[in-house]
Design a protein around this ligand. Structure first.
Ligand SMILES: [Zn+2]
Length: 460
């Protein structure tokens, strides 16, 4: 579909949701041993208004390494509902794992998920949710009672005969016991909730027979729902989900390396700050931590396909009315206002003197500066430091540039630390060659804050 073809409404084509003329499909991420026949399937984002579920699945996919066995992750199953921040624009996906009419807008999505679940390698399925209140076996008050779902591990029945991990109740209780050893508050205590779906007597039990987990157990797979409470902030919901997933992996003998210390504050730091995006074959790189609401004069290639690479599977870019909006789960992070230019691939780096040391700086990188920097490029390149005002020069090659010489509101971040340095070909009608960023006096980064960045750059 051409870039100029804007749709201000969403339509549905062949089972893939199209928003503003762009496709939004789910991702299947396979980690660990490709030959393993002991695969845990983790599903997030079945309902777009449950960020604990899809943020946990996303973080699990980017910040864990699987060293034995395998994990498959679908972090953004209903990506359209995530962007829309609602339960399901075409109805609740978790009530559609029954015989579905082929003209149902979600038909293909459901069929493809069924195929994944049916895969012989998968032995356990965990569906991540956020539930209201706090599940309790007896009524305590409106928020803490048997009809609530929050802080519970959900099973459809106690046991499944003749299948691997069929002792659902026992496994669920082990997960619950593990989580309860690491509670932030006593109120957050987890419990196993058995919906007794196969008996199908009450309305609730009938509803549960249409769910992903019930479909999975009917395919002979151990399956669990995992609900963190909507009363908790998202980072705490994610923390509990990661604790649960680690225990499920332990039970299955899946080994992993977690690249950060597991506590709610570190989880919050990763969700908010360990996020990046690059554009057009890494010519442009933008850290999204504290990014401004708008980035203007964003140099996009005239007449070419717009491409991007996000650091998280729940991140995407959608075009709307000629602008590009970067979404991250339910959040709109920033809007890019493009300026269309010709691109040239002549060089991919320039020499820059940073605080007295000359370095070769690649386009699409973030570079720390203490006092000043000076781009040592040949005069045939035009350097434009966005926000730097100098009436004598049209070209900022060879100038010592300090933070106080740049207008703060031109920074890409809200803290006035990160600035764009753009390099053009001065002779060929100012063709765009690339951009790098400088950051004045960055905070000392903790190891876990740069995990995504490391992975991100490795895939270059
Ligand atoms: Zn849910």
């Amino acid at each position: 579909m051409s870039l100029g073809m804007l749709r201000l409404f969403s339509v549905f084509i062949f089972g893939v949701t199209v928003l503003f003329g762009q496709h939004l499909d789910f991702t299947l991420i396979k980690k660990g041993d490709p030959n393993s026949k002991n695969v845990l399937l983790v599903v997030g984002g079945i309902q777009g208004d449950e960020p604990g579920g899809f943020m946990a699945a996303s973080l699990f996919s980017t910040h864990y390494k699987i060293t034995k066995g395998a994990v498959w992750i679908v972090p953004n199953f209903n990506f359209y509902s995530i962007i829309k921040r609602n339960r399901g624009p075409f109805g609740d996906l978790n009530r559609k794992f029954v015989k579905l009419k082929t003209n149902d807008p979600d038909y293909n999505l459901i069929e493809r998920m069924k195929k994944i679940i049916e895969n012989k390698k998968i032995t356990m399925v965990v569906n991540l949710h956020d539930g209201s209140g706090f599940y309790r076996t007896r009524y305590i008050d409106k928020l803490h009672q048997p009809r609530k779902w929050g802080q519970a591990s959900i099973i459809d029945q106690d046991n499944l005969k003749n299948i691997k991990y069929g002792n659902l109740k026992k496994i669920s209780d082990e997960v619950v016991a593990h989580v309860n050893k690491h509670l932030i508050k006593k109120e957050h205590k987890f419990r196993t909730k058995n919906t007794k779906t196969h008996i199908k007597k009450t309305f609730e039990e009938k509803e549960m027979s249409k769910t992903l987990t019930f479909y999975a157990i009917n395919q002979g797979k151990a399956a669990f729902g995992n609900e963190s409470s909507k009363s908790l902030p998202v980072n705490e919901r994610v923390y509990y989900k990661l604790l649960s997933l680690e225990k499920f992996m332990d039970i299955m003998g899946i080994k992993y390396k977690r690249k950060f210390p597991l506590n709610p504050l570190v989880v919050k730091d990763i969700i908010d700050n360990d996020i990046f995006i690059s554009f057009n074959d890494k010519k442009i790189f933008i850290p999204l931590s504290g990014v401004r609401k708008h980035i203007r004069y964003f140099p996009l290639e005239k007449g070419a396909k717009f491409t991007f690479k996000p650091s998280s599977p729940v991140m995407t870019v959608l075009q709307k009315r000629g602008r590009y909006i970067v979404y991250y789960g339910n959040r709109k992070l920033t809007t890019l206002v493009p300026e269309y230019l010709k691109y040239d691939k002549a060089i991919n780096s320039v020499k820059v003197n940073i605080d007295g040391k000359v370095k070769n700086i690649k386009f699409g990188t973030l570079n720390s500066v203490k006092n000043y920097f000076n781009v040592k490029a040949d005069k045939r390149y035009r350097v434009n430091v966005i926000g730097y005002i100098n009436r004598k020069h049209k070209n900022e090659v060879g100038l010592n540039i300090r933070k106080k010489q740049i207008i703060r509101r031109y920074s890409i971040d809200k803290y006035g630390k990160r600035y764009r340095v753009e390099v053009y070909d001065a002779k060929q009608k100012n063709k765009f060659l690339g951009m790098f960023l400088i950051e004045f006096n960055p905070k000392k980064k903790k190891a876990y804050s740069i995990v995504a960045l490391d992975n991100f750059l490795k895939n270059k």
